[in-house]
Unconditional design. Structure first.
Length: 367
């Protein structure tokens, strides 16, 4: 096992240089009350603070690791590939004891991850699978194909597709092409909805139904808004859009804005799905402006990932429940998959209020 030699001064210089280079967009912190970390340092690389979901992920990971006694160096890349690469290279230079990475674009990290492996730093892929590398030890995420299936099944039931007597219109807003989760989510959605597209129950007037045609780079809310505006003006000037199959709450916000600008009201408001159960999405569901989202308990995910970190640092085997699904092109990555849950107006109180995940007053104040 490598012996760590890292002075506070050196760490400060690294953080300062990272910030001056435009890379220090996150935060760093040391553990509070030590409970066994023995001065070990964990580098946590998160993609962005533009989404509430990732802010919560970073906060949860930092808190849980600190509870275990580890010092935590947490950085956000603001969806900039080169920024995240520089952050991870800095973490490697710091000789951290473990890397936790939620990648902006994993293809840009292959060489850095190879370096981490060569110097003996274990790597855990967080929620977004690190692709085309054998320099990853474990993966902590949700059942991403299951997320897509739940979205598809919700649409199927809510629109009563099995008994529909007239065609319903649908448009798709899928995730980023550089995120393996987005591919799996699309696969799950289509495992339910493809048959309805084939038999004409669902009609996509834009004709864009493939992943390549519907994916949105970096999960951009602005692009989702633009796409929806283009669909509405180009294909629905004289027709009604019934269903917006959205893979992300951020997309749903953009869709909502486009629909409102086009004059849609409560009487003709379409089904809009989402993912992440962001607090604004829950408020929109209560207000009737979004129909559904996927609740992914990031506190549970952080707990499972922190357990993985502890296991690899201590040289033991972490808890995993999948050894077959996540082939990254170089290896099948041992994984722990948390269960996603479908949330709508009927069950949001049970899932996020009664559980203490959110407070009712927080939701009402969301903007």
């Amino acid at each position: 096992m490598k012996k760590k030699i890292l002075s506070v001064a050196l760490l400060a210089v690294m953080v300062l240089s990272l910030t001056l280079a435009g890379c220090g967009t996150g935060s760093s912190g040391s553990g509070g009350e030590q409970q066994g970390g023995n001065g070990k340092i964990v580098g946590v690389a998160m993609p962005t603070q533009s989404s509430e979901r990732w802010i919560k992920d970073g906060r949860n990971m930092k808190a849980r690791l600190e509870e275990l006694g580890y010092e935590v160096f947490l950085q956000y890349a603001e969806d900039d590939v080169q920024v995240q690469l520089a952050q991870i290279e800095t973490m490697i230079a710091m000789d951290v004891d473990c890397l936790v990475v939620a990648a902006v674009d994993s293809s840009a990290l292959i060489n850095a991850l190879k370096t981490a492996k060569e110097v003996g730093i274990p790597v855990i892929s967080y929620d977004r699978l690190l692709m085309n590398t054998d320099s990853v030890d474990y993966y902590a995420s949700f059942d991403n194909e299951g997320v897509g299936r739940k979205i598809g099944e919700y649409i199927e039931e809510k629109a009563n597709l099995a008994e529909a007597t007239e065609p319903l219109t649908i448009e798709f807003f899928m995730g980023s092409p550089d995120d393996n989760n987005a591919v799996l989510l699309y696969k799950g959605v289509m495992s339910v909805l493809q048959k309805y597209l084939d038999d004409g129950t669902l009609v996509c007037k834009s004709g864009r139904t493939s992943f390549e045609e519907t994916c949105i780079l970096r999960w951009s809310q602005e692009v989702a808004l633009q796409n929806c505006e283009n669909y509405l003006s180009g294909f629905y000037a004289d027709d009604k859009l019934d269903i917006c199959c959205s893979a992300f709450d951020g997309f749903a916000y953009g869709i909502k804005a486009a629909l409102e600008a086009a004059g849609y009201t409560a009487e003709d408001w379409p089904i809009i799905t989402g993912q992440d159960a962001e607090i604004m999405a829950v408020k929109n569901i209560i207000d009737g402006k979004q129909t559904q989202t996927i609740f992914k308990n990031t506190e549970l995910l952080a707990d499972k990932c922190a357990g993985m970190v502890q296991a690899v640092i201590e040289g033991s085997e972490p808890e995993i429940n999948d050894t077959e699904t996540y082939d990254n092109g170089k290896m099948v990555v041992p994984s722990y998959l948390c269960e996603p849950l479908s949330l709508d107006a009927d069950n949001y109180k049970e899932l996020v209020i009664d559980s203490g995940y959110y407070k009712e007053e927080e939701i009402q104040k969301a903007k």
